[in-house]
Write a protein that binds this ligand. Structure first.
Ligand code: ZN
Length: 225
């Protein structure tokens, strides 16, 4: 999905289209479920809510804002001055990495909640596994008995999207982000990274939906279906 040509419509409105069944936790992409909803997995008409927390669409819209900030500076000359803090080349990868971190934490919370871990225990485990790497390699394995890479391959099988490729790109950008934040290495963020981040928003959203449906959703079918 190429969204960079879309300027006057919210990218979040186009990409954040996932709803979760309040009965069985199945997540699916769909338009606004007005006029009733019947889950195709459990058959329950209990309704849905947006799957992603409000931070995710806010981050997507911030990426859009920064993407077009560069355009505005070209059109208006010096009207918009690009500092390090407002340079889309730097900011878009930072926002993209934050988006992954929020989606990962929300996913782990949902997984632990499904496994009946009370909130204090969930918070404790997340504190014990502070970095994304610890959360993916240790906590995720502990909760699912799968390696992160095996899980990516598993959800990839059920999808047209190459999730391992998207996650390899995220890892590359995250490494560059860390070099920038901890060593001031601005050059670590490559020229292709901002566009790549935008291109990988949709696959990243789909990846966490796939992980959720595989490991959180109760995969039972209503006998009446
Ligand atoms: Zn359902």
């Amino acid at each position: 999905m190429n969204i960079t040509g879309i300027r006057n419509q919210s990218w979040a409105g186009l990409l954040n289209v996932f709803y979760i069944c309040l009965n069985c936790d199945l997540v699916e992409a769909q338009g606004l479920p007005l006029g009733g909803y019947k889950c195709r997995n459990c058959g329950h008409p209990s309704g849905v809510r947006m799957f992603y927390s409000v931070i995710i669409p806010n981050l997507i819209d911030a990426i859009q804002d920064f993407y077009f900030l560069h355009d505005r500076s070209e059109v208006q000359g010096d009207a918009v001055r690009l500092s390090l803090e407002t340079n889309p080349h730097i900011v878009i990868p930072l926002l993209f990495c934050t988006l992954e971190e929020v989606a990962l934490e929300d996913f782990l919370h949902a997984l632990m909640r499904k496994q009946a871990l009370p909130l204090p225990a969930r918070i404790k485990l997340l504190k014990e596994h502070r970095t994304g790497r610890q959360r993916r390699l240790k906590l995720f394995r502990r909760l699912t008995c799968r390696s992160w890479d095996d899980a990516l391959a598993e959800v990839h099988e059920a999808s047209q999207i190459d999730f391992p490729k998207t996650f390899a790109f995220y890892r590359e950008v995250n490494h560059a982000r860390n070099r920038f934040l901890h060593a001031g290495a601005q050059w670590a963020i490559k020229p292709n990274h901002p566009q790549g981040c935008i291109d990988h928003i949709w696959p990243l959203l789909k990846l966490f939906v796939g992980l959720h449906n595989r490991f959180v959703c109760v995969q039972h079918r209503n006998e009446n279906m």
